[in-house]
Design a protein around this ligand. Structure first.
Ligand code: CP
Length: 318
């Protein structure tokens, strides 16, 4: 694997899941592979899980890491080409090129601006990063995708279904939020879930919250959350801002919050969320704290999702 931007960089998702689950049981099996290798983790936006799980994954592979929080630790970065840089000190071009000299894999997080749909959905910035880097790049959440999260999510569903032994129903449910959030977790989850034949997948969202066709093509979409929850085995809660009315909040109704009563409509579904989550805005305490909540298993699997991707890339370097 020479880069990891999306599920399209994966040859076989089932095989990748099996390998990630093997790493979870045998985390230090490939400790030798990362000897004398360095992974650089670059954050243009905040993170708790992604940052620490990637560091732990690198440690398990015997790799060194460095972490750069651009807004706290670095110069102000210019993103535009041809700018007269009176307000910014360093161009993305030099920043990425230089950082890629200081490591063997460069992992980057950079969120969308949510104001220019075309710019975000063409992944203009991440494509520049891919162009400027001299080494393999890993997507730790870009304008439209969060593939390491989705790999961990699908891995978690695999664990709770004895590796998809029987068909299951998974619902991605939009939930309320006070801020306009990116679409990356929802887009990516939809893309990855669609690769698993044994999953019946439904997206429940208010009108005008449909995801871009590119990521939800062929998926059953309903605007009736209760109907979607009927017989569901997994409820994945996530807010996203509107794609159609780009980046806007069009619905604030707490009717879409995940509650104990809604979970009663399901087939005793497991509750999923990528975290961080706003309690009693997105989901009731009683659901998040219930034994059917598997958010911590998802967070744990972030380690092995990152680890298998780093391992694949490290193996391709030698
Ligand atoms: N789920 C996730 O990506 O968490 P962080 O934003 O804390 O990394």
């Amino acid at each position: 694997m020479r880069k990891f931007f999306s599920v399209e960089d994966v040859i076989n998702v089932y095989d990748l899941l099996k390998e990630a689950l093997f790493l979870k049981k045998n985390p230090y099996e490939f400790k030798h592979v990362g000897k004398n290798k360095t992974i650089g983790l670059v954050f243009f936006n905040p993170s708790l899980r992604t940052r620490i799980s990637c560091q732990k994954a690198a440690f398990n592979l015997g790799c060194n890491t460095w972490v750069l929080d651009i807004h706290k630790d670095s110069w102000k970065i210019e993103m535009n080409d041809g700018s007269v840089m009176k307000m910014t000190q360093e161009h993305l071009k030099e920043a990425i090129s230089v950082m890629s000299i200081y490591c063997d894999i460069l992992a980057v997080r950079i969120f969308p601006n949510l104001s220019n749909q075309d710019f975000d959905y063409k992944e203009v910035i991440f494509n520049k990063i891919l162009e400027y880097s001299r080494i393999p790049v890993v997507n730790m959440e870009s304008a439209t995708l969060h593939p390491l999260q989705s790999l961990a999510d699908v891995m978690t569903i695999a664990e709770f279904t004895s590796f998809f032994k029987k068909r299951c129903k998974v619902v991605l449910s939009w939930t309320p939020h006070i801020n306009p959030l990116p679409h990356s977790v929802a887009n990516s989850f939809s893309q990855w879930i669609s690769k698993i034949d044994e999953i019946d997948f439904t997206i429940a969202c208010p009108k005008k919250y449909n995801l871009h066709n590119k990521f939800s093509n062929g998926v059953f979409i309903t605007h009736n959350q209760n109907e979607a929850f009927m017989n569901a085995d997994f409820i994945y809660a996530k807010n996203w801002s509107s794609y159609l009315d780009y980046g806007k909040i069009l619905c604030t109704s707490s009717d879409w919050m995940i509650t104990v009563n809604k979970m009663k409509l399901t087939n005793r579904a497991k509750f999923m969320h990528c975290l961080p989550v706003r309690r009693n805005v997105v989901v009731e305490d009683a659901v998040l704290d219930s034994e059917d909540s598997i958010v911590l298993q998802q967070a744990e699997n972030r380690i092995y999702a990152s680890q298998i991707i780093f391992l694949k890339i490290l193996e391709s370097l030698s």
